[in-house]
Design a protein around this ligand. Structure first.
Ligand code: PRP
Length: 212
């Protein structure tokens, strides 16, 4: 059996991915005690894990540097790319939402609107689908500041509990898209290592079914 290589998104999705693998019987102790190493072999299953930032997970899988990846739908929607999205893993659940300052009448004006977001492609696609021409400003972090500082009329951002919006006097007025972690597969690997990949997918599916 060939060893597969999987890219995991560091942080919250990494922890949930490891929990899933452990429930499926994989020994993930090397990933849980990573030290400075970036690649970790699972001793009792033919899988090596690479820990990386979300957009890099897509880059590695798209170029075949990794056969598989676990990444949020948010990054998939923003970055796009050519790969198979084979499984909704059901964790890392949140949503993209349009949020505005409390009391603001976002749709009640004909004025040209400015939207700030870390996700300009998602934002443009959302408003294009409504036939609305808006100005999208890319922000790298803490996008909630943009309406407070008067830079934007609204933001499109990830909302999980809603606490960050609330703490900054913003309210979500529309869901743009639901988000959760997805398993993605390199298109060539899917042909070359079909049996190994199908075995891995079915192990994950089984665990997701059992934990429902
Ligand atoms: C996201 C998002 C919000 C926050 C929302 O940031 O940009 O700031 O989470 O979560 P809440 O609805 O539970 O308050 P994240 O923590 O992913 O960090 P980031 O700024 O690096 O994107």
């Amino acid at each position: 059996m060939s060893r597969l290589r999987i890219a995991l998104t560091k942080g919250r999705l990494q922890d949930k991915s490891v929990a899933l693998f452990e429930r499926a019987g994989m020994d993930c102790s090397p990933i849980k005690n990573p030290g400075r190493r970036l690649i970790h072999s699972i001793p009792n299953y033919p899988l090596d894990a690479v820990l990386s930032k979300a957009p890099d997970v897509i880059t590695y899988v798209e170029h075949g540097a990794c056969d598989l990846g676990i990444v949020g739908k948010d990054t998939i929607m923003e970055k796009g790319g050519s790969f198979y999205e084979v499984l909704d893993l059901g964790f890392g659940k949140c949503r993209f939402a349009l949020a505005v300052r409390e009391g603001a009448d976002f749709y009640g004006t004909y004025k040209y609107r400015v939207i700030a977001s870390k996700y300009p492609n998602v934002t443009r696609a959302f408003f294009a689908a409504k036939g609305m021409d808006v100005d999208v400003i890319k922000i790298e972090g803490s996008v909630e500041l943009a309406p407070i500082l008067g830079l934007a009329d609204g933001i499109v951002d990830i909302v999980e509990t809603g606490a960050t919006l609330k703490a900054n006097g913003l309210v979500p007025i529309e869901t743009v898209a639901p988000i959760s972690a997805r398993l993605i597969v390199n298109t060539a690997s899917m042909k070359l290592y079909k049996n190994e990949i199908l075995d891995f997918i079915s192990k994950c599916e089984q665990e997701l079914r059992d934990s429902k």
